[in-house]
Write a protein that binds this ligand. Structure first.
Ligand SMILES: Nc1nc2c(ncn2[C@@H]2O[C@H](COP(=O)(O)OP(=O)(O)OP(=O)(O)O)[C@@H](O)[C@H]2O)c(=O)[nH]1
Ligand SMILES: [Mg+2]
Length: 299
């Protein structure tokens, strides 16, 4: 038998913003690859997480939450989600306890799912904050659409139901060779992860529309192995002059706090000391401008 009967494939995690796709990715891998915040539209790119065990290898593709795009950045995010759907062997529609109220966005997700030429699976997340009867009723209602081969109730937060969900995915995938070395957790460079961590701390610290107006560009990422030190210089781009001041904060306090939080997290991840320099720069209306978007890495 080729590859000793090991399974292999790509599984897309698709759904509305904020349903817990990135939390689920991290839970499945047992590591923190994707950033998570309590705000919708956190993830902007394709985040591949590689899970290898005795059954084989699954590459999970975390995606930007599906929403109605208004600006060029949102169009980029929606296109990215669409592309991820098309490169998968199995598409998971992740929903949550609020999916019934989120009519319009759920309809958008369903529209994408309907056109995916691979098996579709439903997973309703956040079961930890649903009554069992309510969770089962939601699951039945969504399964009755006939769109999904199987449906699961899970909690990415507590891990409930996640093993069973994972076994089912392995059961559905074909046998084949692993795409990545078994020790790899992601195909993303540390430079990208550093950018995401700074962005996560910005999302956490800022409110209202401000998180949606920031992009982070890593200008320098230099490892000094001899000193056990990594030097990172990151530029935070905002859309307007007034936003620059809000991010720097009184006496520079806000920027300092964001920098400290990001640095501590990066030190934990790299196991090395990190020097993190943050700068704020105005890129006027960058979220609406395709040329600047590309320059900022949303290409
Ligand atoms: N109670 C509960 N909260 C959860 C669970 N999974 C995720 N969350 C929370 O839901 C919020 C959104 O989680 P994310 O993982 O960032 O959601 P996402 O689907 O990746 O969101 P976008 O990247 O914006 O599309 C965070 O506050 C999580 O802590 C869960 O199983 N139970
Ligand atoms: Mg996410």
């Amino acid at each position: 038998m080729p590859d000793g009967g090991k399974k292999s494939g790509f599984v897309a995690l698709l759904g509305r913003p904020n349903v817990g796709k990135s939390t689920l990715l991290n839970r499945l891998l047992g590591a923190r690859i994707a950033i998570v915040t309590d705000k919708p539209q956190t993830t902007r790119d394709r985040i591949a997480g590689i899970l290898t065990n005795e059954k084989g290898q699954i590459v999970f593709l975390d995606s930007p939450g599906i929403h109605r795009p208004k600006k060029a950045l949102n169009v980029y995010m929606l296109k990215t989600a669409g592309r991820i759907a098309m490169e998968s062997d199995i598409a998971v529609h992740l929903a949550d306890d609020r999916s019934r109220q989120a009519g319009e966005e759920e309809t958008l997700v369903r529209g994408i799912m309907e056109n995916i030429p691979v098996p579709r699976i439903l997973a309703i997340n956040k079961s930890d904050r649903m009554k069992e009867s309510e969770a089962n009723a939601n699951l039945k209602m969504m399964m009755d659409t006939g769109l999904y081969q199987n449906g699961y109730l899970i909690s990415a937060k507590t891990g409930a139901g996640v093993d069973e969900f994972l076994s089912a995915l392995f059961g559905m995938l074909p046998e084949g060779p692993a795409h990545y070395p078994e020790e790899d957790l992601t195909d993303l460079p540390m430079r990208f992860i550093a950018k995401e961590i700074v962005r996560e701390k910005l999302f956490d610290a800022l409110s209202e529309e401000l998180p949606y107006s920031v992009a982070v560009v890593i200008e320098e990422y230099r490892e000094d192995a001899e000193k056990g030190l990594t030097r990172i210089r990151a530029e935070i781009c905002v859309e307007r002059d007034s936003q620059k001041g809000m991010i720097i904060g009184k006496g520079g306090r806000m920027l300092k706090r964001i920098g400290t939080e990001a640095r501590l997290e990066l030190e934990k991840m790299t196991g090395e000391r990190v020097y993190l320099d943050l700068f704020v720069k105005v890129e006027k209306d960058w979220t609406r401008n395709e040329t600047i978007l590309r320059r900022l890495g949303y290409d």
